[in-house]
Each structure stands twice: as structure tokens, then as C-alpha cells.
Design a binder for this molecule. Structure first.
Ligand code: UD1
Ligand code: MG
Length: 367
């Protein structure tokens, strides 16, 4: 009998059961909460339906990320309590709590942003504050493994097997959190995209954790990542049902910040930030392509969405809005909003496959 292996599977199954319950609860709560956010005037116009007689003029409830994230927090806290009753000696509370504090802080700041509509240069720094609890609790090493490359210089001969980045490693982690939250938020503006990309990334992380746990069942940190990612996946899928084209609710910056922070937290505490960045290839491309607008070289309108054409019911590229959404439209020609989102999600999935290829077939040559 392989006992640790068995209890490992059992913890994953328990987390699955809790998360399924959380997903169902989210699904049931969203209609009620969306009425409340509407009453509180947290609503938005669907930009890509302007002129469409079927949808135009309707105000869509905003910030439903608040419902998802609160159910998520309750779920992981109850799971933590349950684990503590069952196996008090195995639970590492300090990092788990730091993770929850950072996620919780980010939800607060995201919701604050939705209510107060902050200027986007302030949005950029919010994750910096939210990731502080995590950085304080971060007890892992600050060294990186030096790649085994001899060209142009023999790196390992010069630097050794590992190289201590010291305080720069913590700065790197901060920047990772800022990048994850903002990069999801700026790849947005069409129905289903914000949640859809988060779901694809969460699935990729879960698959990665499961592969790692199969290779070495003692890698505790991947189990830790799983118990944070499984409830995220289930609650986000429930939100996707409502946010999918034609959207009945919008997710708000509450959700984009919450999801970005969840990914950053698990990657930091579980030491797979490089792999995470492989799953973020579309967001990295979108960010790099956006830089002229983000840094003010080219004017940046409040919304950088493509143009909706009511006569064809299709989305058309606006070449001056530098997002990969518009770039895709320039390649494919006009697409319906639903198809555009599906294509972008397929691209996200393909990038994850490339990421897995790099992680498991290319990286071993260098490390
Ligand atoms: C970011 C993007 C912006 C994009 C917006 C859409 C940058 C710098 N900012 O801004 O270009 O337009 O996200 O979320 O890249 N909306 C829709 N359909 C959707 C989703 C959102 O019409 O499927 C509209 C609604 O009016 C909604 C609003 O976008 O109320 C939400 O915008 P918000 O998330 O506050 O924008 P930002 O995150 O600041
Ligand atoms: Mg947003």
C-alpha cells in the first residue's frame, strides 16, 4: 500500500466535492446578487451591441466577480477547517493564510475600483499592496537554478548551479503579481473573454499540478496549488455561464484582479512562476503589443474594443486599438462576437499546449 499516495488522492477528491458545491452555490447566487448590484447602480452598457435592436439600451449588472470571489473564499476557508479537523498535523497554515489575505485584499481593491472607477494608472499599482502579505510570508528560497548553457558564456561555470537573486527575487514576485492581475484585465471587452481565459489558465495549472504529483507524490506544494485552483475553476465556470455571449452579467475588475491574484499566489507559493508565464503567453503578447497605448505614445481610449457593425452583426478591427483581439480580427476579417471569443480561447488553449511542450520537453535540456 502506498499510503501517502492514497491520502493525496483523497484530499483532491474532497477538494473536488467542496468545489462542486461552491460552483453550484455560485450558479444559484448570481441572479440574486446581480439584482442587488443593479439596484446599487453597478451596471454597464454592452459596448458591442450598440445598434443591435435585440440588446441595445439594456444595462447589464456589473461586478459579479464579488459573488464568485466571496463564495470562493468561504469554500477554501471551510476546506481548511475541514482539513484541520481531519489531519491537523499536515496543514501549513501560515502560507495558506497569507495566500488568502492577499487574494482577499485584491478582491477588496478590485471591488473598490468597480465602485470608484479609478484612473488606470492607479489600477496598475493596486496589486502591489495586495501582494505584500504574500511577500512577507514567503519563506521559500530566493535562488534560481542557472540554465546549463555554454553559449555565449559557460553560465554554470561562471555563476554556479544556483544563483541567489536576494531582494531582486522578491521584486520579481511583486512584478509577477502586478502583471498577472493587469494582463487579464486588459485582454477584455468582449463577452466571455475575461472568465474564459481564466478558466483555460486554471485548467492548465491544474493539469500541471496533477502531472507533477504523479511524477513525485510528495511534492506538497502542488497539492497546495490544487486545493486553491479547483474551487477557483468550479466557481469561475458558473460565472462563465452568465457571462458567455450574450452576457447577462459583467464580471467587473473584481473578477479580473481576483483571478490574476489567485494565479500569482499559487505560482509564487508553489514555485512554478516560469511555468505560469508559459500559460500567460497570450496575455504577454497582448501586453507587449499594447505598450505604445499603455505608456501614452499613442492615445489610449477608455475602451479598446473592436467596432461592432449592426448590419452584419459582426465585429470589425480598429487598427489603432493595439490588442490581440483587434490583431486577430485583422487576420481573420470580421467575426461575430461569440466566434471571436471562441477563437481567442482556442488560441489560449494552444498556447497552454505549447507551454506544456516547452516545460516538459524543451526545459529539461537547459536545467
Ligand atoms: C479594460 C481595457 C479596456 C476594455 C475593458 C473591458 C485596457 C487599457 N483597458 O479596461 O480597453 O474595454 O477592460 O472590460 O486595455 N464591457 C463590454 N462587454 C464585455 C465586457 C465589458 O461591453 O464583454 C464593457 C461594459 O461597458 C463594462 C465595462 O466594459 O461595464 C467594464 O470595463 P472595466 O473592466 O471597468 O474596464 P477596464 O478594466 O478599466
Ligand atoms: Mg476590467
Amino acid at each position: 500500500y502506498n499510503l501517502p499516495n492514497l491520502s493525496l488522492q483523497w484530499i483532491i477528491i474532497q477538494s473536488g466535492i467542496f468545489s462542486f458545491g461552491a460552483g453550484l452555490l455560485t450558479y444559484r447566487l448570481i441572479p440574486t446578487i446581480s439584482e442587488l448590484t443593479s439596484t446599487a447602480n453597478l451596471t454597464g452598457m454592452d459596448l458591442n451591441k450598440k445598434g443591435n435592436p435585440k440588446y441595445s439600451g439594456k444595462k447589464i449588472p456589473e461586478s459579479l466577480g464579488i459573488c464568485v470571489s466571496v463564495v470562493y473564499l468561504v469554500c477554501v476557508i471551510l476546506f481548511q477547517l475541514f482539513q484541520w479537523f481531519s489531519f491537523p498535523e499536515t496543514v501549513q497554515l501560515s502560507e495558506y493564510n497569507a495566500a488568502l489575505t492577499s487574494i482577499c485584499f485584491m478582491i477588496l481593491l478590485g471591488f473598490g475600483d468597480d465602485v470608484l472607477n479609478l484612473r488606470w494608472r492607479y489600477k496598475l499599482v493596486l496589486p502591489l499592496f495586495a501582494s505584500l502579505p504574500l511577500l512577507v510570508a514567503y519563506a521559500g528560497g530566493t535562488s534560481v537554478v542557472v540554465p546549463d548553457i555554454n553559449f555565449p558564456v559557460p553560465l554554470r561555470e561562471w555563476l554556479g548551479m544556483t544563483f541567489d537573486l536576494g531582494v531582486f527575487y522578491r521584486i520579481y514576485l511583486l512584478m509577477l503579481a502586478i502583471f498577472c492581475t493587469n494582463s487579464i484585465n486588459i485582454l477584455a471587452g468582449i463577452n466571455g473573454l475575461e472568465v474564459g481565459q481564466s478558466v483555460v489558465i486554471a485548467i492548465s495549472i491544474i493539469v500541471h499540478n496533477l502531472i507533477e504529483l504523479t511524477i513525485s507524490p510528495n511534492s506538497q506544494q502542488h497539492l497546495f496549488s490544487l486545493v486553491l485552483m479547483i474551487p477557483f475553476l468550479f466557481t469561475a465556470i458558473s460565472l462563465l455561464f452568465y457571462n458567455w455571449y450574450p452576457s447577462r452579467v459583467f464580471v467587473g475588475d473584481t473578477f479580473t484582479y481576483f483571478s490574476g491574484m489567485c494565479f500569482a499566489v499559487v505560482a509564487i507559493l508553489c514555485h512554478f512562476s516560469k511555468t505560469l508565464l508559459l500559460f500567460f503567453i497570450p496575455q504577454i503578447l497582448n501586453f507587449l503589443y499594447s505598450t505604445p497605448q499603455l505608456f501614452g505614445v499613442i492615445p489610449c481610449p477608455r475602451h479598446r474594443v473592436p467596432k461592432y457593425n449592426p448590419t452584419t452583426d459582426k465585429m470589425e478591427a480598429i487598427p489603432t486599438n493595439l490588442t490581440i483581439i483587434n490583431l486577430l480580427l485583422m487576420v481573420t476579417g470580421p467575426l461575430s462576437e461569440r466566434k471571436l471569443c471562441i477563437y481567442l480561447l482556442i488560441f489560449q488553449g494552444l498556447c497552454s499546449c505549447i507551454g506544456f511542450g516547452v516545460r516538459y520537453f524543451v526545459a529539461p535540456y537547459f536545467f
